[in-house]
Design a protein around this ligand. Structure first.
Ligand SMILES: [Zn+2]
Ligand SMILES: [Zn+2]
Length: 294
C-alpha cells in the first residue's frame, strides 16, 4: 500500500489559529493575510467556543469556519478543534458536555474533530484512546513551544504510546497561532485533495490523505511485503518509530538523504510504523502511522 496518490496535488493548510474574536492578537483580516502571503492554500479559523468567520476565498486561499471547545477531565484539559462547522452550536455549548459529546456535537454541526495539543493538555493515552470519531490528533502545536507556552509542542512520544496501546490516530501539525509574533506559518499539513473546496478538503481529511510538517516533504511512503520505504525531500534524518522499543536499523542519517527503508519484525509483534523525517534545521514531518496487518 501507498500513503499518497502518485502525481496528485498537495494543498498546504493550517487547521488551528485564533483571532481577536477570541484571544488572538491579530484581526481575522490581518491573520489571514499573513498566511496568504506565505503561500498557504487553506486555513481554518478556530476561535474559542465560537464560529467567528464564514467560508470564503481570499485571493487563491480558502478559509474554513471552525472553532475550539474545551473541557476538564480531572487534572487534564481537553481541547477539541472543530473544522468546517456549518453553524455555531456554541450558544448551547456546555462545559459539562465532556469531550465525547463535544466531538459528537462538532460532527452533528457538519464538522470534523481534532484533538488539540495533547501533550500541552497533559492528556493520558487512556484519555486519547477513549475518544471516538476523532479525525486526527495534533502531533505538533507551534504555540506550545518556547517562547510562547512552555515546551510541550511535540507529542510524538505520547502518540507512539497511544499507538502501541492499539489506537492509530492520524496526525496533523498546526500553529494554534495567538500572538502572531512569530508563532504563525510554522507547522502545517500537506493534503491530497481532488480540488480546493470545503467538501474535497473534508473528504481528504477523513481519508487520512495528508501528512504533518514543519518544512520537509514526503513524496511517498510504501508498505510492501514487510518493508516500509520512504521517498522525500533532502533531509538529514529519517526515523521509523514502532511499538518495538529496540530496533538497530530505525535511524537513517546523512547529508541530503531522500530515501530509506525499514523492515518490520512480525516475530517481535510490530503493529505500526510511523515515519518521521527531519531536515538540517531540525524541522520535521510526520507521516500517518501505518498499521501492520496480521
Ligand atoms: Zn487549545
Ligand atoms: Zn487553540
Amino acid at each position: 500500500m501507498r500513503l499518497f496518490e502518485p502525481g496528485k496535488r498537495f494543498y498546504k493548510g493550517n487547521l488551528h489559529m485564533h483571532t481577536t474574536a477570541s484571544d488572538g492578537k491579530l484581526s481575522f483580516e490581518e491573520a489571514a493575510r499573513r498566511y496568504q502571503e506565505a503561500g498557504y492554500d487553506f486555513i481554518c479559523i478556530t476561535d474559542h467556543r465560537i464560529r467567528s468567520v464564514d467560508t470564503q476565498t481570499l485571493g487563491k486561499m480558502l478559509v474554513l469556519p471552525g472553532t475550539e471547545i474545551d473541557f476538564f477531565l480531572g487534572n487534564q484539559v481537553i481541547h477539541i478543534v472543530g473544522v468546517n462547522i456549518k453553524e455555531s452550536f456554541l450558544s448551547r455549548y456546555d462545559v459539562r458536555w465532556g469531550p465525547q459529546r463535544g466531538i459528537n456535537e462538532i460532527r452533528a454541526a457538519g464538522g470534523l474533530a481534532i484533538l488539540a495539543h495533547p501533550l500541552w493538555s497533559l492528556n493520558t493515552t487512556e484519555t486519547i484512546n477513549s475518544l471516538l470519531d476523532l479525525t486526527a490528533v495534533e502531533i505538533y502545536n507551534s504555540t506550545s513551544a518556547p517562547p510562547w507556552n512552555g515546551d510541550r509542542a511535540d507529542a510524538t512520544g505520547l502518540l507512539d504510546i497511544a499507538c502501541a496501546a492499539g489506537v492509530l490516530h492520524n496526525t496533523v501539525a498546526v500553529d494554534d497561532a495567538h500572538h502572531y509574533n512569530g508563532d504563525e506559518c510554522l507547522s502545517f499539513i500537506m493534503l491530497q485533495a481532488d480540488e480546493l473546496s470545503p467538501s474535497s478538503i473534508m473528504q481528504a481529511l477523513s481519508d487520512g490523505a495528508f501528512y504533518a510538517s514543519q518544512g520537509p516533504q514526503f513524496t511517498q511512503v510504501h508498505f510492501e511485503g514487510d518493508t516500509v520505504r520512504v521517498e522525500c525531500s533532502p533531509v538529514a534524518r529519517i526515523l521509523f518509530h514502532s511499538n518495538r522499543p529496540y530496533a538497530p536499523d530505525r535511524c537513517w542519517q546523512g547529508e541530503g538523504i531522500t530515501q530509506a527503508s525499514y523492515t518490520i519484525r512480525r516475530d517481535w509483534n510490530e503493529r505500526f510504523v510511523r515515519v518521521i523525517i527531519q531536515d538540517e534545521e531540525g524541522r520535521r514531518a510526520w507521516a500517518n502511522p501505518i498499521e501492520i496487518p496480521y
